[in-house]
Design a protein around this ligand. Structure first.
Ligand SMILES: Cc1cc2nc3c(=O)[nH]c(=O)nc-3n(C[C@H](O)[C@H](O)[C@H](O)COP(=O)(O)OP(=O)(O)OC[C@H]3O[C@@H](n4cnc5c(N)ncnc54)[C@H](O)[C@@H]3O)c2cc1C
Length: 379
């Protein structure tokens, strides 16, 4: 086995406490949350008290000033346990960093402590019914009118969309322009004209609230533009996307490792033709192939994590990582379902849920086709 070198005893101790927290506070309720289509707010505030939200934010803004490895532990443990309803990755390591990196001092002081405590839940709204991969085609617009902007348009597939109190919204401040006319805004869901649509009925991630959002003449104070000038939105998105893709990859590898473990236990126990399924050469070869693939993925993702900690993870490498690890995750899930036979297709089995949950990993955070485009542009 290749040991992981980035996680010392402190981090492994932290991992134990995170794991226990999820065993006690999330796993017993997750099935109910799947029926509800969202996790409880209480989980968020409990996590906030323990410093599990926005852990990498500086202490002056309510975080614990931890490095990204602590966040990685949290994302890995959520994924390993199949708790796919918990949208903290997006909240803590996507939404909060936009505010930390591009926000004014007033924006940071106002929003970051509330995000870190779980008092406010964050989302990011890029995708629209008519524009997903092609973000330059966004139609939502925010037009300046005196000391405020007027926001109109709609978004879809927004993670944490039902629970969200604060949303980073991608909008055109100059609808005639593509990337240059795009800006980001901090918008509160309680403002007049902001409406949450239905909680979307997904194939997997059943406990994750994913929603449509509608904006009709929402008045955004000009102080809620993210960044010093209009037109910086695309640049800001490009800067932040590698971290988002690393996060997806970390969850992909953790989920694949867990699925492999569940499958090993299952095939050792399940008997056919008078012997354990694990004894068939096909099973042993499949398990061996997956073990090699997952080991390679683990080394790849950890090296990228190391680069990210050194602020050296580039856009192309992050795109390769996201595409390759999520393709692998789906391949592993499919093989593992197969080795479970019919039971693998039953919702009560974790592998069935993990298989359904995995599929979207190739679609969001930039589809895997877009990842290949990014990589191909580099040579
Ligand atoms: C569960 C879930 C959660 C999500 N969470 C969020 C969120 O929190 N915030 C948010 O803003 N969005 C979110 N999304 C949206 C997600 O990011 C988009 O679905 C994704 O970017 C793809 O956009 P699209 O669905 O419009 O597909 P399209 O862009 O219409 O793509 C359709 C197909 O065409 C392919 N394609 C498109 N362009 C090219 C090209 N140039 N070359 C080759 N192939 C191409 C795509 O790869 C895909 O296979 C979420 C989606 C899901 C399902």
């Amino acid at each position: 086995m290749i040991p992981r070198t980035l996680f010392d005893a402190d981090l492994e101790g932290f991992r134990d406490s995170v794991r226990k927290f999820f065993e006690q506070e999330a796993a017993p309720y997750h099935e109910q949350w799947e029926k509800d289509g969202q996790v409880s707010r209480e989980l968020w505030t409990k996590a906030g008290e323990l410093g599990f939200l926005c852990a990498t934010m500086p202490e002056e803004y309510g975080g614990v000033g931890a490095d990204f490895r602590y966040s990685a532990v949290i994302h890995e443990e959520i994924s390993r346990a199949g708790l796919s309803g918990i949208g903290w990755g997006l909240h803590s390591d996507i939404v909060a960093p936009y505010i930390l990196h591009y926000g004014s001092e007033a924006q940071k002081q106002h929003y970051l402590p509330k995000l870190a405590s779980g008092e406010m839940i964050g989302a990011i709204a890029m995708t629209e019914p008519g524009a997903g991969s092609d973000l330059q085609g966004v139609k939502t617009n925010a037009i300046k009118n005196g000391d405020h902007y007027v926001l109109n348009g709609s978004k879809t597939f927004i993670t944490n969309g039902q629970l969200a109190d604060v949303v980073i919204v991608v909008a055109k401040t100059d609808p005639k322009e593509g990337a240059k006319g795009t800006s980001l805004f901090i918008v509160e869901s309680a403002w007049a004209g902001f409406e949450k649509g239905q909680n979307l009925n997904k194939v997997g991630m059943k406990a994750q609230d994913t929603s449509e959002l509608f904006f009709q003449d929402v008045k955004i104070p000009e102080t809620h533009l993210l960044g010093s000038n209009e037109g910086q939105g695309f640049f800001q998105l490009m800067q932040e996307l590698p971290a988002e893709r690393l996060q997806v990859a970390l969850t992909a590898v953790a989920a694949a490792e867990a699925a492999w473990e569940w499958t090993l236990a299952y095939v050792k126990d399940r008997k056919a033709f008078g012997k354990p399924v694990a004894a068939f050469q096909n099973t042993r070869f499949k398990m061996a192939e997956m073990k090699a693939d997952i080991t390679a993925a683990r080394v790849f993702v950890d090296r990228c994590l190391e680069l990210h900690l050194e602020k050296k993870l580039d856009v192309t490498t992050a795109a390769m990582l996201k595409q390759w690890t999520t393709d692998l995750q789906c391949k592993v899930m499919d093989e593992c379902v197969q080795l479970h036979g019919g039971y693998g297709y039953m919702w009560e089995y974790p592998i069935a849920r993990a298989w359904a949950d995995s599929r979207v990993q190739r679609i969001y955070a930039g589809t895997n086709e877009i990842m290949k485009e990014i990589v191909a542009r580099s040579f």
